[in-house]
Design a protein around this ligand. Sequence first.
Ligand SMILES: [Zn+2]
Length: 140
Amino acid sequence: MKALEAVEGVVELLLLKKLSGREYFIYALLEHINGSSPSELAEKYGISSKRTLKAFFDRLVKRAGSPFLATDIIRVSAPIILAEEVWFREGTCLLCGRLIGGRDTPENHIYHSHRKIFMSKVSETVDKVVRQIKTMHPAR
Ligand SMILES: [Zn+2]
């Protein structure tokens, strides 16, 4: 099912940001889809450049298949994802206790070292998002 793949793709990227302790990306994204300019938001949230935020949104659009679908999925999934506990604090992985630095990023660490638990968190979150979408659009 294509719609499910779109939800999975978007949820995976947003969840990685949240779990690695960079949830400000999600807040910036929510303001961006509500019309705020990327340059304003990059400054407000301390994101290195407006291109970084724009590039992240473009990756989400690619996964969702269209800007409209990406926007819808972000709106529904953001509150669910923001409610998750972070897996990183001050550069330390709370799952294994390793301090992550240098070329290794928290996102890479989660994706490669804790892939199994991460993927189960993705599918758990996708279930919640799909249930939420069904509540909003009940089948007639
Ligand atoms: Zn770890």
